[in-house]
Structures are given as structure tokens and as C-alpha cells.
Write a protein that binds this ligand. Structure first.
Ligand SMILES: Nc1ncnc2c1ncn2[C@@H]1O[C@H](COP(=O)(O)OP(=O)(O)OP(=O)(O)O)[C@@H](O)[C@H]1O
Ligand SMILES: [Mg+2]
Length: 262
């Protein structure tokens, strides 16, 4: 009998398209439990779209998403909400509620989850704000924050309800090198101390090397590499090689649609 628990996510043959344009073209990979998986790829590769399938925000045209072994394809909105309570998300643009203060933003998922004690909420809000280096910033409004601060507030909001999995979309984009390093370090620490399963979309190879255990590389909606960080550097896939070459030259990896589809 196999007693090993299933991976956190098992993605099988996922297809997605918008306006007749294919975005995911048969994507399959696994996200091991309690580990950090990096999803890499150039702009427009389909990384953000893929991430939105993991917690059922988008439904695939075909293919399967299993969360801890359970196919969520036929889940009702109510069942999806319970899945989403376990999976925190840091969206690419932060997606804060602009009419709410920092403290209210971070408290929001706690209230949604049924927490009623004002003290418990206030303590947890301060705890996660201090984790991201924003202790005492509860009263600020989002439009008074820099891009990097917004991102960190969004991360605090994702962490607040103690999820067992967090999806990060470009957690370090737009941050200065010091903040970028501290967020990458935090992602690593969450994994190593709390065993949170993390999926980190990034095109920042240094963050991937520091924080990730498992790598999925995509181009044009197709997985071109899945495996360990060390084997990634050895991959002979042409798209992986081009990505690594561009990074070594310290220029952005292929970004235009022309390059992406060539
Ligand atoms: N809701 C949508 N409607 C139509 N097209 C969409 C939608 N969402 C994404 N796309 C298209 O899907 C493709 C993949 O987008 P996606 O945001 O997943 O790229 P990405 O890999 O995250 O890129 P980046 O690194 O720039 O964030 C793009 O061509 C994009 O225009
Ligand atoms: Mg994206």
C-alpha cells in the first residue's frame, strides 16, 4: 500500500484559450508538498494564467487540477471558497482594496474566515506586517504606499489566515535588490520553518536559485522543463538555454510576442 501523500497540486494536460488564442497548450506538472516550486518563463508564456487555475479562479477548457489529490474540476463555488481559504495568493499587481487601510486589507481574510475577536485580528495583523517589514503601518491607505510596500502588504494579507500553500506571482518584481532579497528569504523561511507549499512565478533566476526546490519552465503555454534547480542549468532544451543565456547577459529574457512564438 502506498502511504505517501499526493503532491499538493497535480496538473494534467491543461488547455486554456482567450478569444481563440491558445494560452495553455497541454500543461502538466506536479507541485510537491511542503516545498517551493518556481514557475519560470518569458513574458506572455502563460504563467499568471496558469496560477489562476491552481485555486479554481479560472476553469480550464480541458485538463485536470488536483489539489492534495482531489480533482477540483466539478467543485461548486462554495467548495472552491474552502480550497481558497487554504491557499493564499499574492497577485502580480498586489490587488489591494484601495478604499481600505493597510490594517483593514490584512484583516480582511481573517474576517472572511469567521474570526470575530478584535484582539486576535489586531495581533495577527501586526504579526504578519512585521514579518514583511511593515510593523505599525496599519493606518496607511494603499494609494500612499510605494509599489514595493503594496506588494509587501499583499503578502502580509496572503499570510494572515495561516494558509498551508501560497501562490506568489512575481513576488520580487519592482522591488529594489535589498527588498527583493528579503522577500525571497522570507519565502524560503516560510517553507523551511512552517513547511508551507509555495508556488512562485518569477523570471528572477537568482530568487529561483535561492528559494526553489522544484522548477517548471514554460514557453508559449508548454512546459519545456520540470525538475530540480541543479538539473535546470544542465537542460539542453533550446528555450531553457536561451533563457539562461539572456540572464547571463543581464538582459531581460525574451519578452516580445515575436520572440515568444518563434
Ligand atoms: N483574461 C484574459 N483575456 C484575454 N487574454 C488573456 C487574459 N489573461 C491572459 N491573457 C493572455 O494570455 C497570455 C499569457 O498571459 P499571462 O499573463 O499568463 O503571461 P505571463 O507569463 O504571466 O507574462 P508576464 O511575465 O508578463 O507576467 C498573454 O498573451 C495574455 O495577453
Ligand atoms: Mg504574469
Amino acid at each position: 500500500m502506498n502511504l505517501e501523500p499526493p503532491p499538493y497540486f497535480e496538473i494534467e494536460d491543461l488547455y486554456q484559450a482567450f478569444d481563440g488564442q491558445a494560452v495553455l497548450q497541454g500543461v502538466s506538472f506536479k507541485v510537491p508538498r511542503g516545498r517551493t516550486t518556481a514557475i519560470l518563463g518569458g513574458s506572455g508564456a502563460g504563467k499568471s494564467v496558469l496560477l489562476r487555475h491552481l485555486n479554481g479562479l479560472l476553469k480550464p477548457i480541458s485538463g485536470t487540477v488536483r489539489v492534495t489529490g482531489i480533482d477540483i474540476g466539478a467543485f461548486s463555488e462554495r467548495q472552491l471558497r474552502s480550497i481558497r481559504r487554504r491557499i493564499g495568493v499574492l497577485f502580480q499587481d498586489g490587488a489591494l482594496f484601495d478604499s481600505m487601510s493597510v490594517g483593514e486589507n490584512v484583516a480582511f481574510p481573517l474576517r472572511e474566515g469567521g474570526e470575530r475577536s478584535a484582539k486576535t485580528i489586531a495581533d495577527r495583523v501586526e504579526e504578519v506586517l512585521s514579518l514583511v517589514g511593515l510593523s505599525g503601518q496599519q493606518a496607511k491607505m494603499p494609494d500612499a504606499l510605494s509599489g514595493g510596500m503594496r506588494k509587501r502588504v499583499a503578502l502580509a494579507r496572503a499570510l494572515a489566515p495561516r494558509p498551508d500553500c501560497i501562490l506568489y506571482d512575481e513576488p520580487t518584481a519592482g522591488l529594489d535588490p535589498i527588498l527583493s532579497e528579503s522577500i525571497t528569504h522570507l519565502i524560503r523561511t516560510l517553507q523551511s520553518t512552517l513547511h508551507i507549499t509555495s508556488v512562485m512565478v518569477t523570471h528572477h533566476l537568482a530568487s529561483m536559485r535561492y528559494a526553489a526546490d522544484h522548477v517548471v519552465f514554460m514557453k508559449s503555454g508548454i512546459v519545456r522543463y520540470e525538475g530540480s534547480v541543479s538539473q535546470f542549468d544542465q537542460s539542453d532544451d533550446e528555450a531553457v538555454r536561451a533563457f539562461l543565456r539572456a540572464d547571463a547577459m543581464a538582459i531581460s529574457p525574451p519578452t516580445s510576442d515575436k520572440i515568444e512564438s518563434s
